[in-house]
Unconditional design. Structure first.
Length: 227
């Protein structure tokens, strides 16, 4: 879990994650919070939590650093402000016995957990497919879990990577098997202060978005050649 000024919601998120006995470690990488995020994390009395200092280079680099630190065979991504539902870990682990990466559906909620959209998949028309997801990303990071072996293809992250989850999804489509779970296993909080505009319309220019896709395609070809 990367964190940055997440004090308002992080306690609830940590509680929802730690409620599962199947979770063996929670690595929290704080990227220079100026609120009391770090103090809240330190106040949680659970030996599974490992608090580290982030690289201070933004969300994508923070996730790359986290992946290098993770020790488990199965890696779950987590945002600082969502709420995991009780059966999330169990269901996703069951799928991961057969595939390399899974992404679950989620309910989009506001800051007080009022439902905005009952299904993110329906909202975004999410689904598998390499070309489909190169054009329109279906891989929402907070809903992703994957097998550790996928990192040999995903790392190091290519330069000028727009988002970590987009890259992970494309890598899984290229080198493994993926599954989309049509169950809402997270309450995905949108409160106006989120780092990424996963629901809102992007303000990035078409030229920049085309450049992203060209860079991603080139990076995938490079990984294919690397083997």
């Amino acid at each position: 879990m990367p964190t940055f000024n997440g004090a308002q919601y992080i306690a609830a998120q940590l509680e929802s994650i730690l409620s599962s006995s199947l979770v063996t470690e929670v690595i929290v990488s704080d990227d220079g919070s100026t609120d009391n995020t770090v103090d809240i994390v330190k106040s949680v009395s659970d030996e599974r939590i490992k608090l580290i200092k982030g690289p201070g280079s933004g969300l994508v680099k923070n996730y790359e650093s986290l992946f290098l630190r993770a020790s488990g065979d199965y890696i779950f991504l987590a945002d600082q402000d969502d709420v995991w539902l009780p059966n999330k870990v169990e269901i996703m682990l069951e799928y991961l016995q057969k595939v390399d990466l899974v992404v679950c559906d989620c309910t989009v909620v506001d800051g007080k957990l009022n439902v905005l959209y009952p299904s993110y998949f329906a909202l975004r028309r999410s689904g598998p497919g390499l070309l489909r997801n190169l054009w329109r990303n279906s891989y929402l990071g907070c809903c992703i879990a994957f097998r550790r072996q996928l990192l040999k293809h995903a790392l190091p992250f290519p330069r000028r990577l727009p988002m970590h989850d987009w890259w992970l999804g494309l890598i899984a489509e290229s080198f493994g098997k993926v599954a989309f779970i049509n169950q809402q296993l997270i309450m995905y909080r949108r409160h106006g202060g989120n780092v990424t505009p996963a629901v809102e319309r992007s303000r990035v220019s078409w030229i920049t978005r085309l450049r992203w896709r060209a860079n991603l395609a080139g990076a995938l070809i490079g990984r294919r050649l690397r083997g």
